[in-house]
Ligand binder design. Structure first.
Ligand code: ZN
Length: 113
């Protein structure tokens, strides 16, 4: 069964196969990013902007703000977690407070595929 992912409620939630699995997380710790001029960005997430599937990973771009310098915008692609069981849509999220490296992406599968 294909995995369908969406963002809901203006980006507040990530949904996988119509189950709400992740509320947008408050703080992400980003390294090697172009988001702002800080070495490391302490990123306050405000909403999911785009969601994609790169099996088994679920990835997304998040709108928010660097709480160090105040720069706001949208991140490159971040791994949000992975679907560990397609039948039940069981989803394992990443820990946002560990270091994440946003990637400027290759094309992802369309969210509905
Ligand atoms: Zn910054």
């Amino acid at each position: 069964m294909p995995t369908s992912v969406h963002q809901l409620d203006d980006g507040a939630w990530l949904s996988v196969n119509d189950a709400r699995v992740v509320n947008v997380s408050d703080l992400w710790w980003l390294a090697r990013q172009d988001f702002c001029s800080c070495d490391m960005t302490d990123f306050l997430a405000e909403g999911f902007v785009e969601i994609g599937v790169d099996h088994p990973d679920i990835e997304g771009r998040i709108a928010g703000q660097c709480i160090e310098c105040g720069e706001s915008g949208v991140t490159d692609w971040l791994t949000l977690g992975r679907v560990v069981d397609l039948e039940s849509s069981r989803f394992l999220g990443v820990d946002p407070t560990s270091v994440h490296v946003p990637e400027r992406r290759r094309r992802l599968a369309s969210p509905t595929e």
